[in-house]
Write a protein that binds this ligand. Sequence first.
Ligand code: SF4
Length: 367
Amino acid sequence: MNAADQMIARGIARRLLPWFRRHRRDLPWRRTTDPYAIWISEAMLQQTQVATVIPYYERFMGRFPTVQALAAAGLDDVLRMWSGLGYYARGRNLHAAAKAVVDNFGGELPSDVASLRTLPGVGAYTAGAVASIAFGKRAAVVDGNVARVIARLFAIREDVREPGTRRRIWELAEAMLPSRACGDFNQALMELGATVCTPSGPACLVCPLRNGCRANLLGATDVIPPAAVRAAVRAEVHVVVAMECGGLWLFVRRPEDGLWGGLWELPSALAEPGNERTIAGQLARRLSGAAVSISPNAFVRLEQQLTHRRITFVGFTCRSKSRRKIENGQWRSLNKVDDLGFSRAMRRVLDGLRAAVEGKRARVASA
Ligand code: SF4
């Protein structure tokens, strides 16, 4: 790091901390000093907006108020509370990490970055955030917001996702840390990125760092950092088989790895556009172990947009003669599945199924 960068880095906390004290948003996890609560909030805030996180955080903390409660819970219960928040590996990792805290750290979250990083799912960002915010340690954090602010402050024109550039940004984040109040400083940088130094149209006129900011002085805030090359969105078709026997429906649990890992669903399979019903029929036969006929028409056809995929769900119903035992499967009433964790997409499919079942009942009753 050159002398000019060091000079800019050293002056930042002095201007940023007073701004943060005046402008900090009142968020539920800022009203506590409980390291466990701060850790949960940081895990939820990764890749998810504050407004979305707040209700999930409050429900999660109500259900699992301590690390012991989280460690003692079943994974299904944890994923159910995570349902709809996306990136479900975070929920699975939190659960595994809570067990590790109880087993290896006497039920107390460790306070140093190195120990925190031994916990499943805890990377450099979460470890730095928990160590600094909950324990006042001198540890840096770099998330997407912080990387953008630093790139602009120091006029870094390279892609901030490149390993070399990321390393440089981490070094600068460490050099910027004050000797005290590191937790507030890190939150201030994140807050500035979320509310002032936004991806497009940063509000430089009201920014406390505008005088020393190189991108602002160069008039280059719209090209620094360079726009990310967006990964292509893949289109997929998933067929869903809603198999019923005597008023109960077959639900299966997805493998732990991969998309929606560990969550429950009506059985599904990948298909090609145009062959949905054929694939649904094959899946239904595999599940029932016998010939079954599936509905001629789909009960639901809906799209769910994920970060890199656009998935079309096409659901068919079928009736099985017996309730075959399926590994990781359960036969349940449609009204008694609240204890299972479903993705947001699968909940929409289930709403479609309930509507189709209700519609059919109404037609039979009026006939
Ligand atoms: S002056 Fe503008 S570009 Fe620089 S940190 Fe502030 S908001 Fe971001």
